[in-house]
Every structure is written in structure tokens, then in C-alpha cells.
Ligand binder design. Structure first.
Ligand SMILES: NC(=O)c1ccc[n+]([C@@H]2O[C@H](COP(=O)([O-])OP(=O)(O)OC[C@H]3O[C@@H](n4cnc5c(N)ncnc54)[C@H](O)[C@@H]3O)[C@@H](O)[C@H]2O)c1
Ligand SMILES: [Zn+2]
Length: 343
């Protein structure tokens, strides 16, 4: 097994930060970031306590804000809860927030840090595969309004990101495989070798976790980093990260809370926009191996209605991301109606 001790640097105009990828790095955060100030750790109530205390031990003046686990916590009430924790404990412009959790905690912490006193430092310590592979870098924070996802948010880059794959040991199987879908996406849009790695991968979680997960994360983050560095605010190229997401989001919304997880839904979303039959079969085989679904039960009309609703702010044209060859994505502008043929 190759030992990974990787430092990746993300460089965006005005911001530069490191992503530390190393087993056990949770215990070493103080070596890289100044924790000798007020620190608010934001986490959720399903994150094991030992992770929280490993972090608390490194922070002389530490406060904790714990939210309920789950998507519903990306809401104004919890945002206000975090702002209040900062204000009540006298946090100033030079103090620090740490998001320790999955994408929910990461998005909430990022947005709270972006807005408190017009922007304070935060670092991300992602604990789910989805967050380690995708959501912890890129600087997008947000909350949901009712059932409209990520509709209020901000771009605010973290000071650093720490990826400790040991933390994945306590993640349940469904969430473990769910996050891998984002890495399959990264391979398809930007790294053919990563996609091929998934084709050769063993199916057992234990083996993936022991031998392959770090490579997968490093490769997927490299794709995201390169895209985000070229287009931080999603004016053009960054849209390719949405491969599989137009239809995937619709599938995710159609099922509401009892439905599919994000990665599960975008796996199907990618499959549905892959026109080349051979590539579609290769992708379906990868999804099946990762215990990810390859079909859904929602009628095309229902998905079309959700897609039209999602896009109503941007007129009746849509930019759909298509992949014909692994590693290369295209942005294709088409009338909204044209999406129907993929449903
Ligand atoms: N900002 C971005 O660029 C971006 C990109 C993709 C997704 N997202 C957002 O990410 C969110 C989904 O993230 P997610 O899939 O991580 O969901 P999540 O944060 O809800 O985590 C999934 C579940 O796993 C638990 N968990 C996480 N790590 C654990 C661990 N190590 N041990 C035990 N339990 C653990 C959590 O408590 C939760 O119950 C969505 O809100 C989505 O909008 C953001
Ligand atoms: Zn996604």
C-alpha cells in the first residue's frame, strides 16, 4: 500500500490554502494552523466524540456548536445558532471556526464564517467520503430555504483543509459509497485514469478503504482544484463539476428526505446523459460495483417539472454537461425542452 502524505495547494486570486491529506492528521492540526485564539468547532451529533475531543485538546480556548445530523440542519435556525455562539463568546475578526463533519457541517460552517463580522477564518475537517472527495474544497457555503437547496450562500475559501481518511472508519456503508460517486464524476470530467481505477477497483469496502481511498481522494481533488482555480465563481468552466447534477438534483428532490442521497442520485444523472452505449455500460458497471443505484422510479414529467423550476432564474436555456470520452467534459447549451430526451 502506498502511504499518502500529500499537501495540495489551492490558489485562487487573493486566497491560497493547503489541503493536508494524511491518515491521523486530525491530531496534528495545531502544527499547521494557529489554534492559540478562540476556536468554535461546529459538528453534528452523529460525529464520534473522540474526533471532537482530539480537536478540542489542541485548542486552549475552545467552544462547541453541535447541530443535528442531516440535511435539515442547513437552515437559518442553525446558522443563527452558530452566529449566536460566536457573539455570546466574544469572537472577533481574528478568531476561528472549524467545521468537523460531512458536507452539511462544512456548508453551514463556511457560510457562518463568511457572514460573521463580514468574514472570519475557518478550516474544514471533512469526515464523510462526499466531503473529503468534493464539498470541502471550492469555498461554497450555503443553507437551504424550505425545500430549495443551497439558495442562500456565499463563496468563502477555507484557511486550510485536513483530510484524515481514518475518520471514514465510522461512516456507514451507504454514505461511504455515496461519496464515491463524486470521484467517479471527477474521473469522467477530468481524469480518465481515475475512472479506469474505479473499473479495476475491488468491490469490498475494507479493501477500498485500506488501499485505494487516498489515491481516489487525491485524484478527485486534483480535478476539482484545477477547475476551481480556473473559475472560482462558476462563470464558465466550473459548470463541468455539475456533470450528472441537473437530472441528479431532480431525482434527489423528487424523493425528498426518504429518497436518494446526493451521490446516489448523481450517479443515475450521469448515466442518463451518457449517450455512448459502451461508455454507459462501463459507468453502470462501476456504479453497481459501488452499490450505487442505476435506475429510479420517478416519471419523466415530474423530473422535468423540477428541472424547469430549478432553472427558472436562468431563462429557458440550460447548460448540460456531457462526456463522450472519460476525462473530457463539454458544456452544451440547449433549450430546456431538449433535456427531456435524457429522462
Ligand atoms: N459546498 C460544496 O461544494 C458541496 C458539494 C457537494 C455537496 N455539498 C453538500 O454536502 C451535503 C452532503 O454532504 P454529506 O454527504 O457529507 O452529508 P452529511 O453531512 O449529512 O453526512 C452524512 C451522514 O454521515 C454522518 N457522518 C459524517 N461523517 C461521519 C463519520 N466519520 N463517522 C460517522 N458518521 C459520520 C453525518 O453525521 C450524517 O448523518 C449536502 O448538503 C450538499 O448540498 C456541498
Ligand atoms: Zn455533487
Amino acid at each position: 500500500m502506498k502511504k499518502v502524505n500529500e499537501k495540495m495547494t489551492v490558489e485562487i486570486p487573493g486566497h491560497k490554502y493547503n489541503i493536508h491529506i494524511k491518515k491521523g492528521v486530525l491530531a496534528d492540526v495545531h502544527k499547521y494552523v494557529d489554534l492559540e485564539r478562540k476556536v468554535l468547532i461546529v459538528t453534528d451529533d452523529e460525529i464520534p466524540e473522540e474526533y471532537v475531543s482530539a480537536l478540542q485538546q489542541q485548542c486552549p480556548e475552545c467552544y462547541l456548536a453541535t447541530v443535528h445530523a442531516g440535511e435539515a440542519s442547513k437552515c437559518f435556525i442553525y446558522l443563527q445558532f452558530i452566529w449566536n455562539a460566536l457573539l455570546d463568546n466574544g469572537f472577533g475578526r481574528k478568531d476561528l471556526l472549524i467545521g468537523l463533519g460531512g458536507g452539511v457541517v462544512g456548508d453551514l460552517t463556511s457560510f457562518a464564517a463568511a457572514t460573521y463580522m463580514r468574514g472570519v477564518d475557518y478550516i474544514n475537517i471533512p469526515t464523510s467520503t462526499l466531503a473529503q472527495i468534493d464539498s470541502s474544497i471550492g469555498g461554497k457555503g450555503a443553507i437551504n430555504l424550505g425545500d430549495v437547496k443551497n439558495i442562500v450562500g456565499a463563496f468563502h475559501q477555507p484557511r486550510a483543509v485536513f483530510i484524515d481518511t481514518d475518520l471514514l472508519q465510522t461512516l456507514d456503508d451507504r454514505n461511504f459509497y455515496n461519496g464515491l460517486a463524486e470521484a467517479v464524476k471527477a474521473g469522467l470530467i477530468g481524469d480518465a485514469e481515475l475512472f479506469e481505477l474505479f473499473e479495476q477497483l475491488p468491490a469490498e469496502r475494507e479493501q477500498i478503504q485500506q488501499e485505494y481511498i487516498e489515491q481516489i481522494i487525491v485524484k478527485a481533488l486534483a480535478v476539482k482544484k484545477s477547475v476551481v482555480e480556473q473559475d472560482e465563481k462558476e462563470n464558465g468552466l466550473r459548470q463541468i463539476l455539475n456533470f450528472g447534477h441537473t437530472i441528479g438534483h431532480a431525482i434527489e428532490s423528487a424523493g425528498e428526505l426518504a429518497g436518494m442521497l446526493h451521490g446516489e442520485a448523481i450517479g443515475i444523472g450521469m448515466l442518463q446523459v451518457t449517450e455512448d452505449a459502451a461508455l454507459r455500460e462501463r459507468l453502470a458497471a462501476v456504479l453497481r460495483k459501488l452499490n450505487l443505484p442505476t435506475s429510479h422510479e420517478y416519471p419523466a414529467e415530474q423530473l422535468m417539472e423540477i428541472i424547469s423550476h430549478d432553472k427558472k432564474q436562468s431563462g429557458n436555456k440550460i447548460n448540460l454537461i456531457l462526456v463522450k470520452t472519460p476525462g473530457k467534459a463539454e458544456i452544451v447549451k440547449m433549450p430546456l425542452e431538449a433535456v427531456k430526451k435524457y429522462l
